[in-house]
Ligand binder design. Structure first.
Ligand code: AMP
Ligand code: ZN
Length: 485
């Protein structure tokens, strides 16, 4: 069955067909964190949503190249560097490190590329030069370079692809210098910001004098450098539609003349008492706040995955307690299956590690299998509620069969196999999953990606690395299995 997704660009649910329909390669860019503070779990809702998209695509056999940038220069960061009297690198690297630690704690697969904006200044400059050469960017008297919306529209290009804009209210040539602004402030936006005293030591040389890039151009430069001028998927929270993503489209299409992204996916916000969880409102929890209260990354991940990605929901500590109860139900059932199947440590090494790219089928003539209902649910624009309903129906049915002693060891083992495949998408594991180190899981995934790309030299190298770390890999028709050597 094919996968359908809601594309913000077309305002509708569409079948997902990669740009290269003959291949199974997918390029996916998720706007990453601005590393000026700890990410809160509202931010994490969006990153976990990105992880779900990637895992489901991989489950369906696509070889995904997942890129997530690190915004390590931007207005808020510069302000904090100034306030804390530190250097840009010292300041941002600390938050970047905690971001990756949280990413692991929430069991998100690590993106294949995590470019830092500060390491893409030459690419950013080249991109701005192209925009100037094409007549859609200009240097203003303040020394900064701006994108001209009027000129861009004058070339027949479409500004306002993701959101409806009121151009009546816009005055030609009016400029906005900040990285974040409202739709009402629709104006030419900064690509390169001339150095001002408040920037301190944060500046680079450029053809337009010392300065630094605007936030939006960073993502255009990094995404196109890694994925090319046109790629399949671009994700972010819904607040990024305007101006960030709209500006990314304008800069990228303005420079290349090619369509930038085929599918734009936006995740709804995590709320607290009806209001967006945000730093500015102060109504936020970081992962460490919740861990300090005794919750785990696994419970937070589960909670963030309970609602459909296009629906907002309210975060509560009661919700997190509910997540714990739900996970305990799954753990209990999976634990019993493990005991019955008799496979020593059967679960741990297989759970995350067993990746089977084959899509699910239902048994002929029988009721839809867990795999079939689960896959159908997620194929339907990631209908996670229906996917959980299928999981808990399976838990109920399995518990019943276990209570009636109606399952053989072989049946239990096969039920576990099913669970492991489901879990390769959900990533919530079962308690013992932690026994396979994240690094080993990441290597196994990298080996799968190499094999799917028929890069057998690389996949053999990774197999050797795994061996050196004490893990063997057995390839079976159901996917690779890890074995502790
Ligand atoms: P930032 O680090 O501020 O650039 O944000 C990182 C990501 O978190 C972006 O994709 C935002 O859209 C997203 N985000 C911010 N607040 C929330 C929220 N309350 N719920 C869901 N996503 C959010
Ligand atoms: Zn971005």
């Amino acid at each position: 069955m094919s996968l359908s997704l809601f594309n913000t660009l077309t305002r509708g649910v569409q079948d997902f067909v990669p740009l290269n329909p003959a291949g199974n390669k997918v390029g996916m860019y998720c706007c990453g964190p601005t590393v000026y503070d700890f990410a809160h779990i509202g931010n994490w809702r969006t990153f976990v949503f990105g992880d779900l998209v990637r895992r489901h695509l991989e489950f369906k056999g696509f070889a995904v190249t997942h890129v997530m940038n690190i915004t390590d220069v931007e207005d808020k960061i510069i302000r904090r560097v100034r306030e804390t009297k530190t250097t840009l690198t010292a300041f941002t690297r600390e938050y970047e490190a905690t971001f990756f630690a949280d990413l692991e704690a929430l069991n998100c697969r690590r993106p294949h590329h995590t470019p830092r904006a500060t390491e893409f200044i030459p690419e950013i400059i080249v991109l701005i030069e192209k925009l100037i050469a094409r007549g859609v960017a200009y240097q203003a008297p303040d020394g900064s370079v701006y994108f001209s919306i009027e000129k861009y529209r004058g070339c027949g290009c479409h500004y306002g692809q993701l959101v409806k804009l009121n151009f009546e209210a816009m005055r030609a040539g009016e400029r906005v210098a900040t990285d974040e602004y409202e739709k009402e402030s629709l104006a030419d936006f900064a690509l390169w910001k001339a150095r001002v005293p408040e920037d301190g030591e944060v500046f680079w040389p450029s053809p337009w004098g010392e300065g630094r890039p605007g936030w939006h151009i960073e993502c255009s430069a990094m995404s196109m450098k890694v994925l090319g001028p046109s790629f399949d998927l671009h994700l972010g929270g819904e607040d990024l539609k305007f101006p960030h993503h709209e500006d990314e489209i304008a800069q990228s299409e303005g420079a290349t003349g090619k369509p930038f992204v085929k599918y734009w996916l936006h995740g709804a916000h995590l709320l607290v008492e009806g209001k967006k969880m945000s730093k500015s409102l102060g109504n936020y929890f970081t992962l460490r706040d919740l861990v300090a209260q005794g919750f785990t990354g696994r419970e937070v991940r589960y909670l963030l995955l309970t609602a459909h990605y296009r629906e907002t929901f309210n975060f509560t500590l009661d919700g997190l307690t509910g997540a714990r109860t739900a996970l305990a139900r799954i753990d209990e059932c999976v634990g019993k299956l493990r005991a019955l199947s008799g496979a020593p440590g059967a679960g741990p090494s297989r759970s995350e590690a067993q990746i089977n790219p084959q899509p699910a089928e239902s048994e002929p003539g029988g009721p839809p299998s867990l795999l079939a209902s689960f896959t159908a649910a997620l194929d339907d624009d990631l209908n996670i509620s229906a996917a959980w309903a299928a999981v808990f129906e399976w838990v109920r049915e399995t518990n019943k069969q276990l209570a009636e002693n109606a399952l053989t060891a072989t049946a239990a083992s096969s039920a576990l196999d099913t669970w492991e495949r489901i879990n390769s998408v959900l990533g919530i594991g079962a308690v013992a999953e932690a026994e396979v180190p994240a690094e080993i899981v990441a290597l196994l995934e990298a080996r799968q990606v190499a094999r799917q790309a028929r890069d057998f030299k690389r996949s053999d190298e990774i197999r050797d690395t795994l061996k050196a770390k004490g893990w063997g890999v057995e390839d079976s028709p159901k996917g690779p299995k890890l074995k502790k050597l």
